[in-house]
Design a binder for this molecule. Structure first.
Ligand code: BES
Ligand code: MN
Ligand code: ZN
Length: 497
């Protein structure tokens, strides 16, 4: 689908903005006049009040060439921002995409905290996000279930300025789509070697991509990560993606680290059967890291960033690790594996240690679908944030709010840390108590963070994918791609020259 910016457009469908109280913005007012008050009458004949996300659909409006007129609410103007405009445009695309209409004109206007060119660019982003579908495996889609929409024109006075703002953002949307695809792919297709080869293909974007296999990881002493994958017929991988966009290519980078369990059965500590299929998404952290590296390369970010993903499949098998096993991590610390289903932290601890040894980063942010407990705490609305650094935590919180990927900070502390001590090894992989499960998982990771390194951990188990009814017009599928936008914004705000 093409998204363009023009001063005027004719299209099969046209969308305008209305704010709370059913107040039409300028483009809507003009069309209301043209249709002889048709919009005003339609608003009176319905319960449309201009609330954010509300849609009033007028078919065959008088005196208009467009056969379909959409009036879509943006809510209270003083609360509107770029995200409001994205959702507004996304709603328009969702309502049009399979109707038979081939073209849509979006009359995006500045409202609340978002002005002209920026509003138009964000409308483009929302429209683009709304086109996401994962129908690669649908071979029998009826023609009328396929998208008809081909051209979206964002109608705005400053078309050139809007396009200038939109172009780098479209790379970010492509990163989000890449992450969504990875999360949605079935686990028989997307196993660690396949994941790694899809990342290798990103070298064409100017990224440097290195793939470590089992032999190389064995040499490095990554006993924790390798223990998780040893029951699978698919070999584990560690992939390093490097983007050197800073003027000084030798400047210390920031590292993003992702959990990439391509399927989590729980291992010998087998999960219950119901809903286990969702564990194909247990590589959501790795998908987010991959997606943001794509975004940074596409928009040529002026920063040095390393993305590292630990890719394993957690299977029960005669060769699988057992509860009670003690493994030695790359850091040298020994870990008693009391539950093979607490595998994400085992993958991350070696990836985090490797990141520090190899790249001496100023900061590390790891992302992982780490604990079911974070869904109990925060539902699907916020990811959990844990950090040893208040400034990094504040920057991530602000970035998340700006990008519609909200995070909520939870505490760390010595009393929680004690809960993962064991008489048998340096550390155990579960506390064994039904208490503070997301925090003790984060404490485990912190034991692998060196002094002086700013570190944050995002537990995205509740946000990497969303069950119905939590969908959003900008994220119509199960997989959300959560993490790409917050990390991209963190880089832009905190690290770019
Ligand atoms: N991948 C799961 C966490 C998860 C649960 C992600 C639900 C998304 C949705 C993780 O590996 C896991 O199994 N965690 C256990 C930890 C427990 C054994 C200490 C959990 O949360 O139950
Ligand atoms: Mn698990
Ligand atoms: Zn897992």
């Amino acid at each position: 689908m093409d998204i363009t910016f023009k001063n005027d457009a004719q299209a099969d469908a046209v969308a305008v903005m209305a704010s709370e109280g059913g107040v039409l913005l300028a483009a809507g007012k003009a069309l209301d006049e043209k249709t002889g008050g048709g919009i005003t009458r339609a608003m009176k004949a319905s319960r449309f009040t201009g609330g954010a996300g509300q849609v009033l659909e007028i078919l065959a409006p008088a005196n208009l060439e467009s056969g379909r007129l959409l009036v879509i609410g943006v809510g209270a103007p003083d609360k509107a921002d770029g995200l409001t405009v994205e959702k507004w445009a996304a709603q328009a695309v969702r309502r049009t995409i399979t109707t038979g209409a081939e073209s849509l004109a979006l009359h995006a206007e500045g409202v609340g905290g978002v002005a002209g060119a920026e509003a138009a660019a964000r409308a483009g982003v929302g429209a683009h996000l709304a086109t996401y579908r994962f129908d690669r495996y649908k071979t029998k889609l009826k023609p009328d279930a396929k998208p008809s929409l081909k051209d979206v024109t964002v109608v705005t006075e400053g078309a050139a300025g809007a396009k200038g703002k939109y172009d780098p953002l479209t790379g970010v949307v492509e990163g989000v789509f890449f992450a969504r695809d990875l999360v949605s792919e079935p686990p028989n297709v997307l196993h660690p070697p396949e994941f790694a080869s899809r990342l290798k293909a990103m070298e064409s974007l100017g990224l440097e991509v290195t793939v470590l296999d089992v032999a190389e990881m064995t040499k490095l002493g990554m006993g924790a990560l390798l223990g998780v994958g040893q029951g699978s017929v698919r070999e584990s991988r560690l992939v390093v993606m490097s983007w050197k966009g800073a003027k000084n290519k030798a400047a210390q980078p920031i590292c993003f680290v992702g959990k990439g369990v391509t399927f989590d059965t729980g291992g010998i500590s087998l999960k219950p059967g119901a809903g286990m299929d969702e564990m194909k998404g247990d590589m959501g952290g790795a998908a987010a890291v991959s997606g943001v590296m794509m975004a940074l390369a596409k928009r040529k970010a002026k920063a040095n960033v390393i993305g590292i993903v630990g890719l394993v499949e957690n299977m029960p098998d005669g060769a699988a690790q057992r509860p009670g096993d003690i493994v030695t991590s790359m850091s040298g610390q020994t870990i008693e594996v009391l539950n093979t289903d607490a595998e994400g932290r085992l993958v991350l601890c070696d990836a985090i240690w490797y990141a520090q040894e190899k790249f001496n980063p100023t900061a590390i942010v790891d992302l992982a679908t780490l604990t079911g407990a974070i869904i109990i705490s925060l539902g699907h609305e916020h990811a959990g944030l844990f950090s040893n650094n208040d400034a990094l935590a504040a920057d991530l919180t602000a970035a998340g709010l700006a990008e519609g990927e909200a995070v909520w900070r939870l505490p760390l502390g010595p009393a929680y840390d004690k809960m993962i001590d064991t008489p048998n090894a340096d550390i155990k992989n579960i506390s064994g108590k039904p208490a503070a499960g997301s925090i003790t998982a984060a404490q485990f990771l912190q034991r692998f963070v060196k002094d002086g390194v700013a570190w944050a951990h995002l537990d995205i188990a509740g946000t990497a994918w969303k069950p119905a009814p939590y969908e959003d017009p900008t994220s119509p599928a199960w997989a959300t791609g959560f993490g790409v936008r917050i990390l991209n914004r963190l880089v832009a705000n905190r690290y770019e020259e």
